[in-house]
Design a protein around this ligand. Sequence first.
Ligand code: MG
Ligand code: ZN
Length: 222
Amino acid sequence: MKRPVIFCDFDGTITLSDNIVAIMRHFDPPGWQPLVERIGAGEISIRDGVGRMFELLPSSMKDEITQFVFGTAGIRPGFSELLEFCRERGIEFLVTSGGIDFFVYPLLEPYPIPRERIYCNASDFSGERIRIVWPHPCDDECTNDCGMCKTTVIRRYPRDDYFRILIGDSVTDFAGAQLVDLVFARSHLIRKCEELGLPYVPYETFHDVVRHLQTIVKKESV
Ligand code: MG
Ligand code: ZN
């Protein structure tokens, strides 16, 4: 029997909105908007664009930025219930995030997720400007220059052994959605799945995800 594994996005999925966009919108360093537009248009990679956006901010703003994220980021309803469901059924749960460690780890602190199952980018505040560090780069099979490469993580769980499930919302999930066995989608990811003709399950809260998994997990594995 295949073992189920969940690859769950962070920004706009576990959190209600995208924290990088929220940070940029709030602190509004000159030049961030064209970078977002160029990422969206596929002119520059996510890694390049995100790296350049954070370089627009001085390292001295670390505390202020961190406080802002804690004050504004909300967690999508049902997240604890999903984690509990995974624990009960022995489903491996990974956070695969294009976000940055200084907000991803603290926001996930209240939840029982081992650190080694949280994949995100890292940060260096030792220089004058914020530098993003990329501990999980693309493998030879990915040419997207992702930064944190979700498909590289997914490929470590071979499809012959695992029933692979992705939960996501946006551009960092597009490539992974094409690899896995089941996609839970909201927002831009729904439009992408429609465009590619990929089957998906729409969700608004993690209660929706649990409800669907209760039927699937019975059928596919355990
Ligand atoms: Mg997202
Ligand atoms: Zn990649």
